[in-house]
Each structure stands twice: as C-alpha cells, then as structure tokens.
Design a protein around this ligand. Structure first.
Ligand SMILES: Nc1ncnc2c1ncn2[C@@H]1O[C@H](COP(=O)(O)OP(=O)(O)OP(=O)(O)O)[C@@H](O)[C@H]1O
Length: 265
C-alpha cells in the first residue's frame, strides 16, 4: 500500500518570551511535538486524538504546510508541505472546524466559483462535482446565501464541499464536528464515511468527539505531550483498559495515566 502521509522523527518547538518583572524577560522553549513518526496509507481513515495542548493542531499545521517542522521530515501526497504549499493544496483538502475558508460576504456558490479558479478546475468537472456535493451535503437550500448568514452546520457543510471540489485524494479535518447538533453531526459523519468507502479518499481527522472515532475511524493515533502515545485500531485501544466499557473511560485513562506500548506492527 502506498503511504500518502509520511512523518519521520518530526519535532516542532516554539520559543516564547516570559515576562519576569518590569524589564526582564526570559525565553522559554515549548516542545509542541517531538519524535513524531507515523505513516498513513492510501484509503485509510485515521482519527488523531489527544488532550488540549497535546500537539494535534501543530501536527495538522505541519501536514498542511502552515508551519515548518523544527526537525524531521514530512511528505504528504509526495510533497514537502511547507515548501510546496500551492502544489499541496491541489492534492489535499483541508477543513478547520473552528474557522472558515469561505468568503464571508459572498454567497456560498460564489465561494465555490472562486475555489474553482484557485485550483484551476475545468468548468464541466466543477459543475458535475458541485452538483454531486450539493446533493449529498444538501447545500441547495442555502447555496445562494452569504456565508455570514449560514448556521454553523450549514457553514461546515459548505466548508467540506469547498475542500473537496477539486477532488483531492487526501482530506485533513481539524475538529469538523465541533458544535454540530446530533442530526448534522450524523449527516457529516455519513458523508465522510461514504467519501472514504466509495471514492477511496484518505482521511485524517482530529477530534475531541469520541463518537467520531467510534463511528468513523478504523485506526486511532493518540498524541500526548507532543509524543505519539498510541497507534492502533479502536479494538486495540479498548483492549488497553479491558475493565472499562466505554471509549470515553478508556481515553480518560490514557490521558491521565501511563500510556501503553503501541500495538501496531
Ligand atoms: N504559536 C505558538 N507559540 C507558542 N506555543 C504554541 C504555539 N502554538 C502551539 N503552542 C503550544 O504547543 C503546544 C501544543 O499546542 P497545539 O495547539 O498543537 O495543541 P492541540 O492538541 O491542538 O490542543 P487543543 O486540543 O486544545 O486544540 C501547547 O503547549 C501550545 O501552548
């Protein structure tokens, strides 16, 4: 199987100035991510879990080229993300649940047209893909509304569509179900499941919602204090604490206790 994402011995540090009295400040080095090594193969659906401040967003920012690693090597769809951001954007769709990539004052449909120009998608291909996405994500009722008038769930569906209009083989999502009601959440999950199963899109998703993990991910990676603490299937995750019955309890144990050895071969 070909590896779509390759992360080797990656570290990312931030230097922050900490005030010490009126005139003095010292520098503090924060190791957001360290010794991070993993692969994601084509067609996998992987959940990326971790407590607040564990290093998830830093990882996603490095995978999408927003941040360069301080050490190590990253390849996504064959490219070094921080050096080839434009080329990468054509091969990878990215969705940030906490902020939109759509144009706030424009009708949703116009944002999609801009995305078509940005990625230089052929007009006919765009039309066909947009029609498909409108149907499965039910965008029709608000396609002509300005983005600022959309509800969170509508905006999220719009953002997911925008990320997929150019039909990238890889989709990276940072908390895509945050703040969504149970019905919208189920619709988004159903869409992502179909995308992975039917189109073979490789999906990596960060979430604090363990329902996303249970319902979508065959594989889970758990990061804690910047290091990969677990990498395996959901069943293997559950087996790390056989006395617990819910995934919430198992993950709480992992967040608060000693991390187990990773079971992946
Ligand atoms: N730009 C920055 N400057 C300084 N420190 C940073 C910066 N970005 C992240 N950090 C630090 O790096 C660590 C990892 O942060 P990161 O945002 O990757 O965590 P996270 O797992 O995404 O957390 P959350 O679940 O709360 O979103 C934290 O200690 C954070 O304070």
């Amino acid at each position: 199987m070909s590896q779509v994402i390759q992360v080797r011995d990656v570290a990312r540090t931030f230097t922050v100035r900490r005030k010490k009295g009126l005139l003095r400040a010292d520098r503090l080095v924060v190791e957001a991510v360290r010794d991070l090594t993993f692969d994601v193969a084509a067609g996998e659906f992987v959940g990326y879990l971790g407590p607040n401040g564990a290093g998830k967003s830093t990882t996603i920012k490095m995978l999408t080229g927003i941040l360069a690693p301080s050490a190590g090597r990253i390849r996504v769809a064959g490219l070094d993300p921080s050096r080839r951001r434009t080329a990468l954007a054509r091969r990878v769709g990215v969705v940030f649940g906490q902020r939109t990539t759509l144009w706030w004052d424009l009708p949703l449909k116009d944002s999609f047209t801009l995305v078509r120009h940005l990625y230089r998608v052929d007009r006919e291909r765009h039309r066909a893909r947009l029609a498909e996405l409108c149907e499965v994500l039910d965008l029709g009722p608000f396609l002509h509304k300005p983005v600022r008038q959309l509800s969170l769930g509508q905006r999220m569906r719009g953002d997911i569509a925008a990320a997929l209009l150019h039909d990238p083989p890889v989709l990276i999502l940072d908390e895509p179900t945050i703040g969504l009601d149970v019905v919208t959440k189920a619709a988004v999950r159903g869409f992502l499941r179909g995308l992975n199963a039917e189109r073979g899109t490789t999906v990596l998703l960060t979430t604090h919602d363990l329902g996303d993990i249970e319902r979508l991910c065959r594989r889970v990676m758990l990061i804690d204090h910047g290091r990969l603490a677990f990498d395996g299937t959901v069943d293997q995750l559950m087996a790390t604490a056989p006395e617990e019955t819910s995934i919430e309890d198992v993950v709480t144990r992992l967040y608060t206790g000693a991390a187990p050895e990773t079971p992946r071969a």
